[in-house]
Write a protein that binds this ligand. Structure first.
Ligand code: VGL
Ligand code: ZN
Length: 181
């Protein structure tokens, strides 16, 4: 039987208000995500997990450094329901935006071994790690859904989130709201 997995991207303190690289309203998606976790065969998450020194910090403020509070999940996320955590951006020469770049386990292999054919993606941020993960999932042939009320964008430029959504849709992602799960 093919399975459905929920992928929660980078719902970490540093991407929420008060964090080092805050996404506006990043914390607002915790509740709708908590509500849908039980509807999936598998719940997995990615974590941005950087070393203290990395080329990534030439472009971004220092965030999600391994061992810091900022790298932990938002405290209200029901993280005990997460079956596996994929760490990415762990080297000092890569950005590691996509969960498919995880270094502690190969996400594609994991999904195939678990007969996952449908991947539902939510989390932070729409215009970077969510987008990169969704496009990589599509390239690998997964039926890929984006939960539009369970994502938020960094919006370095004001319409980056909108553009990212359009690009994901154009490349084959299915945009849905969490209430229709
Ligand atoms: C992210 C910028 C830098 C993300 C990670 O999780 O979307 N964005 N590192
Ligand atoms: Zn990062």
């Amino acid at each position: 039987m093919s399975k459905k997995a929920l992928l929660i991207v980078d719902l970490q303190n540093d991407f929420c208000p008060g964090g080092a690289l805050p996404v506006k309203d990043g914390d607002k998606i915790v509740e709708p995500i908590n509500k849908i976790m039980d509807k999936f065969d598998l719940v997995i998450a990615s974590k941005d997990m950087h070393p203290e020194k990395t080329v990534h910090f030439d472009k971004w403020p220092v965030h999600c450094v391994r061992g810091t509070k900022g790298s932990e999940f938002h405290p209200d996320l029901k993280s005990e329901k997460i079956d596996f955590i994929f760490e990415k951006g762990t080297g000092n020469r890569d950005d590691g935006y996509s969960a498919f770049e995880a270094t502690n386990k190969d996400l594609e292999e994991f999904l195939k071994e678990n007969n996952v054919e449908e991947l539902y993606v939510c989390g932070l941020a729409t215009d970077y790690c969510v987008k990169a993960s969704v496009l990589d999932a599509l390239k690998r042939g997964f039926k890929t859904f984006v939960l539009t009320d369970c994502i938020k964008a960094v919006n370095v430029n004001p319409d980056d989130g909108e553009k990212a959504l359009r690009e994901m849709k154009d490349k084959g992602a299915i945009l849905i709201e969490s209430k229709s799960i």
